[in-house]
Design a protein around this ligand. Structure first.
Ligand code: 3H9
Length: 699
């Protein structure tokens, strides 16, 4: 095999007869950083100058073709040649250029392929323009060159969805010129080069292709993005850039650059990129690494919504599940729910009917807890009552084999108190799933006082197996997410008691970007859960100085109205869209009268500011006392478990956009009305004093 000559650390070139090879090798994903851009430019120049070849074939080493621009460079000042300069070198090369796609050619990677004169995909490879998912648009010619080789309508579909497309589909639509069977990218590069020389594969400059205008497709894309994602500015910018592809390429590229700049400068870009790296950062902790225990068979205790969702999630990942219930009726209900969940996956084309049948054959329902004697992991998902949980863990301690991991899915209760009833507290941890557990991607991995390191690492291993985002949390009432929720949800109640309506609070927060306001979420989750928690806290003796937030919700629950499942809550559910429940107004009048409250006016901005400041305050305390390891862990909990708008990056990323000083000023102002609830977290005060940010604490 001919040795390649390095241009720099990332790019090398060489010859196989008349075929010039241009190899990119920039692990792990061949991101197109400055060295790759520089290397491509120089290699194309050298190969053309040496005049030894008849074609240049670009391929990548490692697991994938170029997976995109190096996103980490976005935060730095521009360096080296631009993307446009590097890609023009390939497009304007006198020798024909061809790219060989394996793995995933994404963003700037696919744009590189579009700038070459032909594209060959290795079967199984994917391509796409996922830039919109990062808050930007394709900025290296993708909006101009993809319509040239396909059409405006197709380019809109690919660039606005960000979806990964099989090269087989691309070959049908013109994005890919040829698909070849699997093989080594270098061998395929050599064979493809020879095909070009022999005239068996046509090449042509993408820039020379004209684009047919399609105003109808552009108009419909613009109205679709406005309707579906009104918050995201980059989608419309992307559609407008694609509309410019009917211009000569150089003019179209200028338009693309203008639209790209708008997005690069937007806080949405920073929020979405924080989310991209944050999703990966949460498992980049020592606790997630190291030895793990075997995880071949799982037991789930409880066939309710939660237990069935957890079991579904495990079955979807190919894990055999033994599900335990105390009565046949509950067990049957659990099996029915799991079957429905899996049927739903089939109808959404997420799995085949055969895969569903195989998953169901992996489920063993049982009424005997003794049947958990051979599982590697048990996840208890029963009623939130400490006595019941203690009883179950006492039994598990005698039933389960040595080394089996015993997990509780409790949302609030003390994992250490549960672990203490066993003789193996080192094998116990919390695995807190979010409902519906087979859909929601968050898994809080709760470390008990005595949880063994390999048990914790196995928790992260489970998250990976279930394709979830595992976040480490320490024991406290509610862990990371529910503890913060418990704090800021009071503000939603105070705002309503003090003059806003539940609908106004919901609308203001939906305007901020939440898919649903807190009252709609409460109705959906079931108001009885919060009611029970408040009753429990009343028994434990609440802080007498703290203003009671549950007065209105209690009145609603006392009617037996628990939200959607009973047809009534803050809203009425009588088919169609929810409408405000008029009786809530009466309860609200009563609550205000009982508490001597004169209602005031709140603007939507007041509502968002108070709600977000409360969320950030408790989140700061959670970071300060170590319940969450870093601010980014809190952010990911909220993105993946609580419907926090992804484009805002998470509560603490958002906090940095406001600044600690302003947050402290706000809290001090709110505290004039209610000094018990509104207190400046010491961490926030310190950050305001020394001018630091939550981002500083992540690094
Ligand atoms: C773009 O191209 C803009 C252009 O239009 C030009 C504008 C001028 N940069 O996900 P993984 C890291 S925008 C830097 O775990 P997988 C990642 O953080 C870009 N780093 O692997 C991780 O690091 P660590 C458009 C990147 O096999 C490691 O690589 N492209 C980048 O599960 C492994 O990643 C995209 O949006 C990057 N672009 O999935 C594609 N990508 O080990 C983004 C990854 O330290 N990437 N890293 O945690 C992906 O979707 C997935 O990484 C991919 C591999 C599917 C490629």
């Amino acid at each position: 095999m001919t040795e390649l000559n390095p241009i720099n650390d990332a790019v090398s070139y060489g010859y196989e007869g008349n075929v010039a090879l241009l190899c990119i090798n920039n692990p792990p994903v061949n991101a197109m950083g400055v060295a790759v851009r520089e290397g491509i430019m120089h290699a194309v120049e050298v190969i053309n100058d040496q005049a030894k070849a008849k074609v240049i074939v670009v391929y990548c080493a490692g697991r994938t073709f170029i997976a995109g621009a190096d996103i980490r460079e976005f935060a730095k000042p521009p360096m080296g040649p631009s993307y446009g300069e590097a890609l023009s070198a390939l497009e304007d090369s006198a020798l024909p250029t061809v790219s060989i796609i394996h793995g995933t050619a994404l963003g700037g990677g696919f744009e590189t392929a579009l700038a070459t004169h032909a594209r060959v995909g290795i079967s199984g490879a994917k391509f796409g323009l996922p830039e919109v998912l990062l808050g930007i648009i394709p900025g290296a010619g993708g909006t101009q060159r993809l319509p040239r080789v396909t059409s405006i309508a197709y380019a809109l579909d690919i660039a606005l969805s960000g979806r990964h497309v099989s090269v087989e589909e691309g070959a049908r639509d013109g994005a890919i010129d040829r698909v070849v069977d699997s093989g080594d990218p270098r061998e395929i590069a050599i064979a493809t080069g020879r095909e070009v020389i022999e005239g068996n594969l046509n090449t042509r400059r993408t820039a020379d292709i004209d684009v047919a205008a399609d105003d109808a497709a552009i108009d419909s894309a613009l109205s679709m993005v406005q309707q579906k994602n009104p918050h995201l500015i980059n989608l419309a910018e992307c559609a407008k850039a694609i509309a410019a592809s009917t211009l000569p390429l150089s003019e179209g590229l200028e338009r693309e650059a203008d639209h790209f700049r708008v997005c690069m400068n937007s806080p949405q870009r920073s929020g979405l990129i924080h989310a991209f790296f944050g999703e990966r950062a949460v498992s980049n902790v020592p606790e997630a690494k190291g030895e793990t225990r075997k995880l071949d068979k799982v037991g789930v205790i409880g066939g309710g919504t939660m237990g069935s969702g957890i079991a579904t999630s495990c079955l979807l990942a190919g894990l055999p599940v033994r599900m335990i219930e105390v009565q046949q009726e509950g067990l049957d209900r659990g099996v029915t729910t799991i079957t429905k969940n899996l049927d739903g996956a089939v109808s959404r084309n997420k799995m085949t009917p055969e895969a569903r049948d195989k998953a169901l054959s992996n489920l063993t329902p049982s009424l005997a807890m003794q049947d958990l004697d051979d599982v590697d992991l048990v996840i208890e998902a029963v009623f939130e009552k400490m006595d019941i949980k203690k009883d179950i863990f006492t039994k598990l301690d005698t039933i389960c084999k040595p080394g089996a991991i015993l997990a509780t899915n409790t949302s609030y209760l003390n994992v250490d108190a549960i672990a203490k009833v066993t003789n193996r507290p080192q094998d116990v941890l919390g695995l807190h799933f979010f409902s519906p557990a087979h859909v929601m991607r968050l898994l809080e991995i709760v470390q008990g006082e005595q949880t063994a390191p390999d048990v914790l690492a196995t928790g992260f291993d489970l998250a990976r197996t279930l394709k979830k985002v595992g976040v480490l949390a320490q024991v406290c009432d509610g862990f990371i997410g529910n503890r913060i929720l418990g704090h800021y949800s009071k503000v939603a109640s105070y705002l309503v008691m003090d003059g806003a309506t539940p609908q106004q609070v919901d609308a203001a927060l939906e305007g901020f970007g939440f898919a649903m306001g807190p009252h709609k979420v409460g109705d959906l989750a079931g108001l009885d859960i919060g009611y029970m928690t408040r009753q429990r806290r009343k028994e434990e003796g609440p802080d007498p100085k703290e203003r009671y937030a549950g007065a209105l919700a209690d009145k609603i629950c006392e009617q037996g109205w628990y939200g959607r499942k009973t047809g009534k809550g803050y809203y009425l559910y009588e088919g169609g869209a929810p409408v405000p429940n008029p009786e809530v107004d009466t309860f609200l009048d009563e609550v205000r009268a009982e508490n001597d409250i004169t209602p005031q006016d709140f603007s939507d901005q007041d509502i968002v500011d108070q709600y977000m400041t409360a969320m950030i305050s408790e989140a700061a305390r959670v970071v300060e006392d170590g319940t969450a390891k870093r601010p980014v862990d809190v952010d990911m909990v909220f993105l993946f478990g609580y419907g926090f708008p992804r484009f805002r990056g998470g509560p603490l990323h958002y906090a940095d956009t406001i600044g600690a000083k302003e947050l402290v000023t706000r809290i001090d102002t709110y505290a004039q009305e209610d000094p018990t609830y509104w207190q400046v977290p010491p961490l926030l005060r310190k950050m305001a004093d020394d001018g630091t940010t939550f981002a500083d604490l992540n690094s």
